[in-house]
Design a protein around this ligand. Sequence first.
Ligand SMILES: CCCCCCCCCCCCCC(=O)SCCNC(=O)CCNC(=O)[C@H](O)C(C)(C)COP(=O)(O)OP(=O)(O)OC[C@H]1O[C@@H](n2cnc3c(N)ncnc32)[C@H](O)[C@@H]1OP(=O)(O)O
Length: 142
Amino acid sequence: MCGGCRNRGRCRLGLGEITIIGDAAHAPVRCAPHFQAGPNVAHGGWTAAMFDDIIGRSLTQRGLRTVTGNLTVDFFNPVPVGEAMIVEVVTESRAGRRWTMQAMLRLERDPSPLARAIGVWVERREGHFERHEAAMRDYRAR
Ligand SMILES: CCCCCCCCCCCCCC(=O)SCCNC(=O)CCNC(=O)[C@H](O)C(C)(C)COP(=O)(O)OP(=O)(O)OC[C@H]1O[C@@H](n2cnc3c(N)ncnc32)[C@H](O)[C@@H]1OP(=O)(O)O
């Protein structure tokens, strides 16, 4: 679970357990009503955040310490609120610390994709968050 939800014990984005199969992964997801944009349609930001979290966590579960470098989302069809859906993640390629990942969102009982994400995750160098904290301390002291 991400740092924002860990203490609450539940994923507020509505993402379920991730199953890893080799270098692929899948997870059940359901968009909660508070992420509604149009009538019964998920906000595009929910879809992007959901992809970011599931891809990132799937890499974490594989023992990789990454951050999102970039993320592009294609929205093929409206994403329904409150419906059982599945996200399927595949590893496209790896070059050094860069992992290119792709994921698809679909309804549980329909193979047609509703949305697709493609992006690059970069393995963090040692001390990533400590450098960030130090930079912010310097900034706040200015
Ligand atoms: C946050 C995770 C915590 C874990 C919690 C549990 C799971 C929760 C899951 C939650 C999930 C939520 C997840 C989140 O929300 S993660 C939060 C959102 N993302 C960030 O905050 C990342 C901010 N950026 C950075 O910190 C640095 O720029 C990084 C670390 C990415 C690189 O800086 P660093 O100084 O280390 O490395 P480098 O500059 O030598 O580059 C190294 C290589 O990477 C390539 N590259 C660099 N940038 C990009 C880019 N934008 N697109 C494509 N490629 C890029 C670069 O060309 C080079 O390739 P090559 O030349 O070697 O081939």
